[in-house]
Design a protein around this ligand. Structure first.
Ligand SMILES: CC(C)(COP(=O)(O)OP(=O)(O)OC[C@H]1O[C@@H](n2cnc3c(N)ncnc32)[C@H](O)[C@@H]1OP(=O)(O)O)[C@@H](O)C(=O)NCCC(=O)NCCS
Length: 198
């Protein structure tokens, strides 16, 4: 139908041209409404391998003071670019790690990963603050769970990180325990919730 096709092109063009995540999200919703369900949606949240150009974006996101507070178990100095680069070089070289960049359209909105800690396969994720509250973390974790098929999976979240706890619960993770440990990001001991997905 020509009218629908024109609307679709206009939505896609505006979404790509504006590079604004809120408009992307809106465009993605309209795209889903206009285009048949089986058609790929270029504006949806998706995961791709990490590229070198993503690292400066991750660096800014992970040193955001609010994100540091929420994650709590961070590097000693999240603003130390040398330590950040050394960490990423190490984790990217390890085949046991599954590191992904979260993108919407062409915009890098965050990162997601799975890695082994304490002999258990964990998941974690982070979204840039300007993109919070748009469902990106939930969609990214759903995508990560499709890529990482090993079960059980585990996640550890500081007890007051309500957003991350909600993301895990929405994806089927269940609380299996509580721990307490020193968190560099807060300079004190914090309560942590342990989640498991079977
Ligand atoms: C936690 C975080 C990943 C959430 O990302 P997001 O893209 O905003 O999450 P979503 O939009 O998918 O939201 C999922 C649910 O959590 C809720 N939520 C999100 N942030 C919240 C907050 N700060 N407080 C309470 N609820 C919150 C949403 O309302 C939504 O629930 P609903 O579907 O019932 O309405 C993001 O805030 C972040 O990256 N924080 C810093 C890094 C971090 O904490 N990572 C996790 C480490 S374990």
């Amino acid at each position: 139908m020509p009218g629908r096709r024109l609307l679709m092109c206009s939505v896609v063009f505006n979404g790509i041209a504006c590079r604004n995540a809120q408009l992307y999200a809106e465009a993605a919703r309209v795209y889903d409404w206009v285009v048949p369900p089986h058609a790929p949606n270029p504006l949806a949240v998706r995961l791709r391998p990490v590229q070198d150009e993503d690292l400066p974006v991750f660096f800014d996101q992970q040193r955001d003071p609010e994100a540091v507070w929420m994650v709590a178990f961070t590097a000693k100095d999240p603003s130390d670019r040398g330590a950040f680069d050394a960490h990423w070089a190490k984790i990217r070289a390890d085949d046991a790690n599954h590191n992904r960049t979260i993108v919407v359209g062409e915009t890098v909105v965050g990162s997601a990963a799975s890695y082994v800690m304490f002999g258990e396969r964990q998941v974690c994720y982070g979204i840039g603050r300007e993109f919070w509250g748009r469902g990106y973390a939930t969609q990214a974790l759903v995508a990560l769970l499709a890529e990482v098929t090993e079960r059980p999976l585990f996640a550890r979240v500081v007890a007051d990180n309500a957003g991350s706890i909600r993301v895990l619960e929405k994806c089927g993770f269940r609380v299996i325990g509580h721990e307490r440990g020193f968190a560099e990001g807060r300079g004190e001991e914090v309560d942590e919730v342990v989640f498991r997905l079977d």
